[in-house]
Design a protein around this ligand. Sequence first.
Ligand code: FAD
Length: 470
Amino acid sequence: MDYDILILGGDIIGCAIAYELSKYNLNIALIEKDYDIADDIALINTEIIYNGIETDDSITSKLEYEGNIMMDKITSKFNIPFKRMGSLMIAKTKEEEIKLDKIYKRAVERGIKDVYLIQGMSVFDIEPKLGENVTKAIYSKNTGVICPYDLALAYGEIAFDNHVNFKLEEEVLEIKKSLKGFNVITNKNKFTCKIVINTIPGENYNIYKDRKDRIVDKNKCKKKRYLKYFLYNKTYNNFYSNMIFNLSDDEDNMYAIPTVSGKTIYGLNTDKDMDNTKLINKASSLLGNLNKDDVNTFYRSSFYCDPIVIDDSCIDTGYIKIKGKHYGIVTMTPAIAQKVCETVVGNLNCKLKKDFIDKRREYYRFKELSNEERQNIIELDNRYGKIICVCEKITEGEIIDAISRPLGARTVEGIKRRTGAAFGKCKGSQCLNKIVSILARETNKKVTEIVKDSKKSKIVPNRIKEFDSM
Ligand SMILES: Cc1cc2nc3c(=O)[nH]c(=O)nc-3n(C[C@H](O)[C@H](O)[C@H](O)COP(=O)(O)OP(=O)(O)OC[C@H]3O[C@@H](n4cnc5c(N)ncnc54)[C@H](O)[C@@H]3O)c2cc1C
């Protein structure tokens, strides 16, 4: 056998499973088709850590609640930004109040703690800046915001340091059952393994399609919905001190949340097509009048709410499939990874490694350091004294570290996500060419070979003159 375990897909769930299983004396590889791990996480650097009250599906709710509880320990161990922050789910009409009452009753039945139903003036004691038309709210103390990309990278980097073999730019084409395990065929290789953990979305391989006892996704989200949101250049405490979710009668649910660095995000979950001007107008009912010139970037994404299923109905043969796409996957990830790990360990005769390193290699966020700390680092490495992204104050040292770390960045997007470069007001017009040059230099490539994120996304398509550098 080439491997004990093959994990298919290297987004946050795949990386978290790789991390949990790398604690054991197993031979593991992860196969990801993109240049980078966690490439499909939304670009904006904040995601909500839910607490399981908002979802209709009880298994998904349980995974969210368990993941939420695990988040403090994991983020402090990995040294990544995570902020516990209260949230208010608000109602303004009788219909919205009825919805809210149902959600609260369900939360109590599910045993979710730190959740309170409040009405009248008590709402304004918690959040004085809310409009007077708010009549009732569910106050959750245990929600939060996190940098999901940092979490995924930390999982991946630690798994890498504990000998998980990451196979990037390799696409899984077929999975076949063999006598003692599986053959996994990719565009580059043919692997054998005992256990397959498939995190690739969809039922895209023939394996076990006909097996009658497999769990079928009956409750898949059928209605097409979108998440439209924008990043606003004012700090969140200009508006609120808690996250705000507004359930609306017309099924357009709005929210206002801070990024981990304190900026403001407005989001709308809707089934309607809506242009950006309408979106800003809609946001004014939650955030007051907004100036469109202060909007940093608009984003649009599909909104997924399939129930999440860890399908281990074929574990007797060694196959586990994670099913469903959901808006709260980041929250659920620690719980999903732990459950998958328990199932695998229960099925293989494996032991904990004695030399497991449960620590992410250190890195510096230059703009968050004191002048004295900066001076000390520059004395050790003067590349930390050269600012590349002026808006976000990102240094050459940080960019080089992002490239040379375990599973280092190979694309411009990878640098942006790891360091925060090019996310400022000028959106990279001052620094993108410098980032491309550094990437080319550090990876021994030509600038014309550097891509944004995928093979077809070259930044510099061709040379017009035979210069050696840009
Ligand atoms: C706009 C938006 C906002 C979100 N907000 C939140 C939030 O506030 N809170 C929260 O908890 N979560 C949130 N999420 C959810 C979360 O970020 C994503 O669902 C999560 O990143 C998906 O992770 P996954 O492991 O399920 O990977 P998936 O995206 O399902 O992908 C699996 C991986 O498999 C790879 N792959 C696919 N096909 C192949 C193949 N043939 N061979 C090899 N590899 C392959 C893909 O490249 C990918 O890396 C949000 C998502 C979006 C889009």
